[in-house]
Design a protein around this ligand. Structure first.
Ligand code: AMP
Ligand code: MN
Ligand code: MN
Ligand code: MN
Length: 290
């Protein structure tokens, strides 16, 4: 079996490595098939694909789309998408367009609790200012000494219910799935164990309603192995995938050295009984090994 990593981020969204640096790191760690899945953005894919060619690595075009479903923000990964598909390009442009105003509101909310002047600081941590998000705020707040690391910034200021959290309307689930499927890709529900209500995961009743709707709307896979799941969650979501007849995906969700749940590649195998998302990728849109 190849070493697959089907979820990671570059400087085109909230990763700290450029696509070329990311691919080089993946190659060095033994990844043989990589998908770049920046949030709401496709601009890094060409550079990543080119770098993958140089390393003789298989490469899949991907994206991670921000979605609002009920009161939750969900992330839908698209794999094997066509980055030139006009409805996908236009849809993502629309999703990105609200980020500037949201960032301004986040800065206003943080100012109310005594942390002023963060907007400019957060923008300094972006390479692609259209994609300003919470991670860039978190990095600035660490740099400015407010918190010791990114995780603590989220816990204190940026997670839902905290002072700097600003509710936002992202894409509709149906639209995100349609853009992905319409472009020839498969829609994957990312890190299903991370959708929380307060400090609790969303619960099996809501999870089943979500998965039923996801399947009904054309969703194809569940991310079973991801950096933020425990081994117990690999097993839990493998069972959900079987129950809902979904394929299974795996990815590190790597954002940068020292900042991620886990590094790229060498992920645990999918649990037995999982049907891998790559099962029918016989003629992968790939690069020959050099
Ligand atoms: P945004 O799209 O601007 O809301 O930012 C979402 C990103 O914030 C996610 O993709 C993660 O990279 C990061 N994130 C969310 N929650 C946490 C957390 N608790 N700890 C660290 N990073 C987080
Ligand atoms: Mn992220
Ligand atoms: Mn995500
Ligand atoms: Mn991600």
């Amino acid at each position: 079996m190849l070493d697959y990593d089907l979820h990671c981020h570059s400087t085109y969204s909230d990763g700290t490595l450029t696509p070329a640096e990311l691919v080089a790191r993946a190659a060095g760690r033994g990844v043989q098939l990589l998908a770049l899945t920046d949030h709401d953005e496709l601009e890094g894919l060409a550079e990543a694909r080119h770098a993958a060619e140089l390393h003789g690595m298989y490469f899949i075009d991907g994206v991670e789309i921000s979605v609002s479903w009920r009161k939750h923000t969900l992330h839908i990964v698209g794999l094997k998408i066509d980055p030139s598909y006009p409805p996908l390009v236009a849809g993502l442009q629309q999703v990105r367009s609200g980020r500037g105003a949201r960032a301004q509101k986040m800065a206003d909310e943080l100012a109310k609790v005594g942390i002023g002047g963060v907007l400019e600081g957060a923008y300094r941590f972006t390479t692609n200012p259209n994609m300003i998000g919470r991670t860039h705020f978190a990095r600035y707040l660490v740099e400015s000494g407010q918190c010791k690391d990114v995780k603590s910034v989220f816990n204190r200021y940026l997670a839902q219910g905290k002072p700097g959290y600003v509710p936002h309307q992202w894409a509709a689930l149906q639209d995100a799935i349609d853009w992905i499927k319409g472009s020839g890709g498969i829609a994957v529900l990312a890190h299903p164990g991370r959708y929380m209500v307060g400090r609790q995961s969303m619960g099996s009743k809501t999870m089943r309603e979500l998965l039923a709707e996801f399947v009904e709307l054309g969703g194809g896979a569940l991310e079973v192995v991801t950096g933020s799941h425990t081994p117990a969650q690999y097993a839990e979501f493998a069972r959900y995938a079987q129950e809902f007849n979904l394929r299974c995906s795996c990815g590190s969700d790597f954002h940068g050295p020292n900042e991620s749940y886990r590094d790229m590649g060498r992920l645990p195998d999918l649990p037995l009984g999982c049907r891998p998302v790559w099962d029918d990728w016989k003629a992968a849109p790939v690069v020959k090994a050099v």
